[in-house]
Every structure is written in structure tokens, then in C-alpha cells.
Design a protein around this ligand. Structure first.
Ligand SMILES: C[C@@](CO)(OP(=O)(O)O)[C@H](O)COP(=O)(O)OP(=O)(O)OC[C@H]1O[C@@H](n2ccc(N)nc2=O)[C@H](O)[C@@H]1O
Ligand SMILES: Nc1ncnc2c1ncn2[C@@H]1O[C@H](COP(=O)(O)OP(=O)(O)O)[C@@H](O)[C@H]1O
Length: 286
């Protein structure tokens, strides 16, 4: 799937995710934390424009204000794939950001996953999903999920996943304007790391909380104000390491109505659950 914007450039989606719950169940010797979480794809998405180049350069045409091109996850993903495969091909990149950055919605990771999936096809590499997921993990703990491309129960540091049925529904997502540092949340001494392991049968049996939430609220009290406002409409929770918070709505109309009541100084989105990443077939399962 792709949406044409001009003769050469093609546009590809990079969807965001919500963590419907997130439990911290332990810590590895290297300091990384063991998690259990359900990752849900949503229809809030960045768009990555890509064009093959006649040389082997990787060129980012509109770097983000605070992220130099060389450190952008799209460029890092393309370089990683180039080095791994030894291919002597290049690509032009442009990124239209819609997913708030540092919001716990996985935007950077999803951008990286989209680049890996698309270049796998554009460069004719034909790497399997498994190989792309292993490569993706080198870029960030959330990248394998977006390459997996289906809603999933995720374990380990983000590399073990099983497909899971999740409700087809609408959500309201609010973005408190604070930058949450993921390493700072995981390092915080107030973080509990001993939530008992759950067996995943269905979401109804799970204590759907986010163990990172209390720590994020301690570091950024503004998130609590957004949670309090959203809690008028249903159970509200933080996604990932924050700062975004969300609640489930009975219908898209209900979600739109919540957004229409948002105070002028708050930013939010009415979104829908997505069953599958539109680029999932860009990697094969064998
Ligand atoms: C918390 C989660 C849940 O979805 O998401 P986000 O809030 O980032 O979306 C992820 O596990 C985050 O994934 P990601 O943002 O890719 O993190 P990474 O770049 O891999 O790691 C950033 C830092 O967080 C800590 N970290 C991350 C993941 C993990 N399982 N244990 C950790 O301790 C490490 O200190 C690491 O250096
Ligand atoms: N293409 C990109 N999009 C967003 N963030 C990026 C990108 N490349 C690198 N980053 C860096 O990754 C950090 C985390 O971004 P993001 O994935 O949006 O948040 P989160 O991990 O909280 O979901 C950003 O603050 C930014 O410094």
C-alpha cells in the first residue's frame, strides 16, 4: 500500500500505539526492564515520504527542529539496513509528523519501523519479519511491535509478542505539553518493578494499570491535571512512559464530543483502533 504524492516520491503511514496496560515485572542485569503490556495500533499516524536515489546516500529533507538528521530514527533505520544488507542503494526521506513526540505513542519507533518495512521492498531485500524485528530492536524497544504489525501482548523488553484480539473502538488521547524522558522514568527509585506476571487470556481479566504512571506524575504534575479532566468521561490512563493519557469511548461520536469540550489550552485527538499495520505485508513470515 502507498499513496502517491508525485512521480517519484511515495507516501507511507507510520501509525501510533497505545499501551492498554503496562506492567513492570522485573529488571535485567543490563538495567533494561522486563514488561508485560498490550500494544494497540491507532489511526493517528505520521507520513513518511520516500524516493529511491540514483546513488547510495540517505538524505533527510526536513529534519525535526530538535533532532539532527543523523540521529533521526528514520535515518538510523535506513543506515542500519544498508549496513546489515550491504546494499549499495540510497533513499530520500521526508517526515510529516502528526504523532506528538515523547508522548508514549511510539512515533519515532513507528517511523523507524516504516522505513525498515518500505526499504525491505524498495531495495529488494526480501528480509523476513523476524530479521527486521531483530534489527528494529537495536533502534528501540517499541520498533519490533510496529514491524509485527498487529495488536499484541508484548513481553520481555518489547521483543516477544503474541497477536491478541482487542476491542474495535474509539479513544480520546490528550497530550500534556511536557517532555517525559523514558530513561528518567525507568531510573526513578519510586518505580515498582515487581508486578506479578499475568497469563494473558483476555483484557477483562487484567488489572489494566500503567506502572510507569505514578512515577511520571511525580516528575510532571501537569499530567495529573490532564488525567483528572479526562476522568470525567471514563477510566483514563497514561500510555507508555507518557506524557499522553487516554480513555476509551463507546463511539467515535462520543470521542468527538469529548474533544469538542476540551479547554482551549489542551491538545487532544479523537482516534480509532486499527487492526493491522497497512504495510504489514512488506515483510514475509517465512
Ligand atoms: C515505555 C515504552 C512502552 O511502550 O514506550 P514509550 O513510552 O517510549 O513509547 C517502551 O518500552 C520504551 O521504548 P523506547 O522509547 O523505544 O525506549 P528505548 O529507546 O529502547 O529505551 C530508552 C531507555 O529506557 C529504558 N528502558 C526502555 C525499555 C525497557 N524495557 N526498559 C528500560 O529500562 C532504558 O534506560 C533505555 O535506555
Ligand atoms: N522520527 C522521529 N520521530 C520522533 N522522535 C524521534 C524521531 N527520531 C528520533 N526521535 C527522538 O526520539 C524521542 C522519542 O520519540 P517518540 O518515539 O515520539 O516518543 P515515545 O518513545 O515517548 O513514544 C524524541 O524525543 C526524539 O528525540
Amino acid at each position: 500500500m502507498s499513496i502517491s504524492v508525485s512521480e517519484d516520491w511515495q507516501a507511507y503511514p507510520a501509525p501510533a500505539k497505545l499501551n492498554l496496560f503496562l506492567h513492570v515485572v522485573g529488571r535485567r542485569e543490563d538495567g533494561y526492564h522486563l514488561l508485560q503490556s498490550v500494544f494497540q495500533l491507532i489511526d493517528l499516524a505520521d507520513t513518511i515520504h520516500m524516493r529511491l536515489r540514483p546513488d547510495d546516500q540517505i538524505v533527510h529533507h526536513n529534519p525535526l527542529p530538535d533532532v539532527p538528521a543523523e540521529t533521526d530514527l528514520t535515518v538510523r533505520a535506513a543506515r542500519l539496513l544498508q549496513t546489515f544488507s550491504g546494499v549499495q542503494k540510497g533513499v530520500d526521506l521526508r517526515v510529516d509528523k502528526r504523532i506528538p513526540m515523547g508522548g508514549g505513542l511510539g512515533g519515532g519507533s513507528s517511523d523507524a519501523a516504516t522505513v525498515l518495512l518500505v526499504l525491505n521492498r524498495l531495495w529488494g531485500l526480501n528480509l523476513s519479519r523476524k530479521v527486521l524485528m531483530e534489527l528494529g530492536l537495536k533502534l528501540g524497544a517499541d520498533v519490533p511491535f510496529f514491524i509485527f504489525g498487529r495488536n499484541a501482548f508484548v513481553e520481555g523488553v518489547g521483543e516477544q509478542m503474541k497477536e491478541i484480539e482487542t476491542p474495535d473502538c474509539a479513544y480520546v488521547v490528550l497530550h500534556p505539553p511536557v517532555h517525559v524522558s523514558t530513561p528518567a522514568i525507568f531510573k526513578d527509585e519510586r518505580l515498582t518493578r515487581n508486578t506479578p506476571l499475568v497469563k494473558m487470556r483476555g483484557l477483562n481479566d487484567i488489572d489494566c494499570r500503567n506502572d510507569l504512571q505514578a512515577v511520571a506524575l511525580g516528575q510532571h504534575p501537569l499530567i495529573a491535571e490532564y488525567l483528572a479532566w479526562l476522568s470525567q468521561f471514563g477510566t483514563a490512563r497514561m500510555t507508555g512512559s507518557g506524557s499522553c493519557v487516554f480513555t476509551r469511548c463507546a463511539s467515535q461520536g462520543d470521542a468527538d464530543r469529548v474533544i469538542s469540550r476540551l479547554p482551549d489550552d489542551m491538545t487532544g485527538y479523537s482516534v480509532r483502533s486499527v487492526k493491522q499495520h497497512q504495510l504489514r505485508e512488506f515483510a514475509s513470515d517465512c
